[in-house]
Design a protein around this ligand. Structure first.
Ligand code: AMX
Length: 435
């Protein structure tokens, strides 16, 4: 057993004992109440899930095992000569609960490199789809085709003991994270670069190798990918992609089945697809208003037109956050350092000066501030990645780190099949009438 796997097992045994105690001594203690509105309106604010990897504060934003995004950027190991954190380090942190050393991260990078082989039938499955297929559909098809490689599913079919679930889930997790960049890059090169594929470079870290396979050798883009893969990785457990992965995993579906399900949720425009919607919206605005950076008045008018057409302003608002998303701020800082004069970036910043006031005045939007998706497209476009339909795939590759680390914890802690109670409106009516 590798030392990281042994360490995970030791941590899981320790926490498992604490959870057992918690359940034995406090299992009947109430965490909260549920209102009629919450049942209809997306269960906002109901504490009904346990996710170890990260925790979201409405004002402060996400913390991964207690570390905020600025703290991660400071403390996680970097690539030689680089300034951004390596995503392998964040995965280690989410899995083990401790900051990794440089050696831990190097070890994980090479383990992922060694496990990255993707069998040909996965590429064949992707090739069977028409070229106009959305890249997120290609991604889930690719992940589903990879499911043939699940060691968890194989061991289950052979009658594995429930004590070993965590171990096979751990193996599936590392294998899937190792293979995802290859699958994603294959989709990109097939759809947009005439099927001219680029072989992996085993000397590079996980994110830099992904950039390389996509066809981007600029060191700035590699740094952006490292940051991007870190900030999109996890956002506690209730968001659609994390919750779906967890829910499907609770049926003892393997990592491939569970992650593919989560990716179908990420592909929705109110969740991960918002990053492509933002850049589409900005490019539409540019086209309508002509060249240059639009004035605040012009942006104001365009936002009001968007709202009048019954659409949301993409990249703004959040179900839980109530302040500017620190993932937006991290990207803003990256842009200030590396590409402050970029026109699209300046538009993103001017939109930021304009939109919160308008959404705030509507009175109904609970969070008028930008989320992670408001900034990412402008950065990617700067380095030449203009095919915005691909942006959610990048989000998905990153999201694998968090939701799969969580899936390992789910199986290690023996979490149950998820099955909340549902009722009909008839039942609700009778309930409120006190019948
Ligand atoms: N533009 C216009 N209206 C918005 C809005 C926005 N950006 N954000 C919220 N609203 C509206 C809602 O549509 C809702 O209107 P309704 O009562 O007429 O249906 C009202 O404000 C109240 O919504 P809320 O409680 O503030 O938000 P929510 O928790 O229901 O939804 C979210 C959250 C993210 C879906 C919503 O803010 C939104 O649609 N934003 C734009 C899409 C987006 O950026 N999504 C990405 C989120 C981050 C991510 O997952 N990647």
């Amino acid at each position: 057993m590798s030392y990281i796997k042994e360490k995970f097992k030791a941590k899981a045994d320790e926490l498992g004992a604490e959870v057992k105690d918690l359940l034995k001594n406090h299992g009947t203690k109430k965490v909260g109440d549920v209102t009629v509105a919450q049942a209809y309106q997306g269960m906002r604010g109901i504490t009904g899930l346990v996710t170890e990897t990260s925790l979201l504060d409405a004002n402060e934003g996400i913390r991964f095992r207690g570390y905020s995004i600025p703290e991660l950027r400071e403390h996680l190991p970097k690539a030689p000569g680089g300034a951004e954190p390596l995503p392998e380090g964040l995965f280690y942190l989410m899995l083990i609960g401790e900051l990794p050393t440089e050696a831990d991260v190097q070890n994980l990078s090479s383990v992922l490199g060694r496990r990255s082989h993707v069998p040909n039938h996965v590429f064949d499955a992707i090739n069977a789809l028409p070229i106009h297929t959305h890249p997120m559909t290609m991604l889930t098809v690719g992940v589903m085709a990879l499911q043939t490689e699940s060691v968890f599913a194989k061991a289950y079919a052979e009658g594995m003991n429930k004590k070993d679930y965590w171990s096979y889930m751990y193996e599936d997790t590392l294998n899937l994270i190792a293979r995802l960049p290859r699958v994603a890059a294959y989709i990109y090169r097939r759809k947009y670069k005439n099927d001219q594929h680029i072989q992996p470079n085993g000397m590079l870290d996980w994110a830099a190798n992904f950039a390389h396979m996509l066809g981007y050798e600029d060191e700035g883009f590699k740094e952006l990918m490292r940051l991007y893969m870190v900030i999109h990785a996890d956002h506690e457990g209730g968001n659609v992609s994390a919750h779906t992965t967890h829910l499907v995993g609770s049926a003892l579906s393997d990592a491939y089945l569970s992650f593919a399900a989560g990716m179908n949720g990420l592909a929705g425009p109110l969740h991960g697809l918002a990053n492509q919607e933002v850049i589409k919206w900005i490019l539409d605005m540019k086209e309508e208003l002509g060249g240059g950076v639009p004035t605040k008045e012009q942006i104001d008018a365009f936002v009001r037109k968007t709202l009048a057409e019954g659409k949301v302003v993409p990249g703004y608002g959040h179900a839980v956050l109530r302040k500017t998303d620190p993932r937006f701020t991290a990207q803003e800082e990256f842009a200030k350092k590396h590409l402050a004069s970029d026109e699209l970036v300046q538009i993103v910043w001017r939109v930021y000066e304009t939109v919160p006031g308008i959404l705030g005045d509507l009175g109904k939007v609970k969070n008028p501030w930008p989320n992670v998706d408001a900034h990412s497209g402008a950065l990617l476009l700067h380095y030449g990645l203009k095919e915005y339909e691909f942006y959610t795939v990048l989000f998905g590759v990153s999201r694998a780190l968090g939701v799969l680390a969580s899936l390992c914890w789910d199986r290690a802690l023996g979490l149950s099949l998820e099955r909340p109670k549902s009722v009909t409106t008839e039942w609700m009516k009778e309930f409120v009438e006190g019948k």
